[in-house]
Design a protein around this ligand. Sequence first.
Ligand SMILES: NC(=O)c1ccc[n+]([C@@H]2O[C@H](COP(=O)([O-])OP(=O)(O)OC[C@H]3O[C@@H](n4cnc5c(N)ncnc54)[C@H](OP(=O)(O)O)[C@@H]3O)[C@@H](O)[C@H]2O)c1
Length: 361
Amino acid sequence: MDDVDRIRDRIDELDQEIVRLLKNRYENARLLGRIKQKRGLDYRDPEREKIILRKMERTATSLDIDSKFIRPIFEQILALSVEAQQDHLGKSGKKLDQTRILIVGGTGGMGRFFAKFASLQGAKVRLAGREINKTRTAAKEIEVEPGTILDAASSDTVILAVPTEETVRVATETASLMTNGSLLTDLSSVKTGISDRIAEKIPKGLEYVSLHPLFGPNIDHLHDQTIIAVSYNAGQKWSKLARALQSAGAKVQTMSAAQHDRTMAYVQGLHHFALISLGIGLDGMGGEPKTQSLRETEGKIANMLDNWDTIVGIQQLNPFLPAIRQKFLEVATTLAQTRPKPASGVKKRLASNVQKWTHKL
Ligand SMILES: NC(=O)c1ccc[n+]([C@@H]2O[C@H](COP(=O)([O-])OP(=O)(O)OC[C@H]3O[C@@H](n4cnc5c(N)ncnc54)[C@H](OP(=O)(O)O)[C@@H]3O)[C@@H](O)[C@H]2O)c1
């Protein structure tokens, strides 16, 4: 490949990235539109538009780009934003129209994410947390209703977004209040010993599908995100929720609890374990100068602190993880003792693994 092709490839990649960023901006504008409508605010704010344009022109100048090209681009982006704010009214379809959804653990990260998603899909959403004032504040911030676990009795669907280790207890308590035919779902990151126990304990007349979103609460939208579904008793309510998730761009993949945990032991458990070990191993010595690669890894390590309870829950509760951690430690010990010549064998093994995982993508 010569330089012209290489540069064109890079430009193509950047164009894709620009469109992805516009999608993130669009979805945030949709959320904003929903809140503005509820608060009786105008979709357009000419003063804010002027501030944004000035800021972008200054940024362009500081990056040595002629600002006269930047203004028309951002005028178009602002027009798209106004369109996005109106889009919350339903142009993209409201798959959960009038569905009553209670989110238990609604004050937390994942609870808020699913409350915003369901609300944009037309659902009547209530949040329940442990403390009423905190619940009221969270509900007000995202313009949904505050509630309590007792609202489970009048909800079509209850989503549990509580810590992994509390999921069985909260599920059992919530399910005892729910009416036959309604759907219970949880978001627990570990399934063995959790979703199978819930399925045993709850009334048989309830739909129950245990979900695991393979993303954290800080994403902007569901497009291209994977959600694992462990299905125990799926009916119409689940079909409706699954359609809503899919229409928002999520991929819903079904598997058993054991299959889920075996896969997640690598995908999450080992990955987190290696990053935590590296974060501790760096021992606060991440001084300057730094490579771009280390900066990116440090960013991933730092992000883990935002989801620490979930990460600890996976390390402690996934039954497949101890053996995999042990194997990893053995590999690391062997590698530390490897002399230069056999290092070519290490490269071969690594290259073969890389090939396997890139093929699967
Ligand atoms: N974070 C992630 O990246 C991620 C990704 C996929 C799945 N998940 C799963 O999503 C679930 C929630 O995670 P999260 O990150 O959203 O957690 P979070 O931000 O800590 O929120 C936890 C929520 O549960 C409530 N809660 C805490 N302890 C409780 C207890 N003992 N009894 C009842 N409610 C309790 C909290 O209420 P208060 O406001 O009263 O504290 C809060 O509303 C977990 O099962 C996790 O495995 C998380």
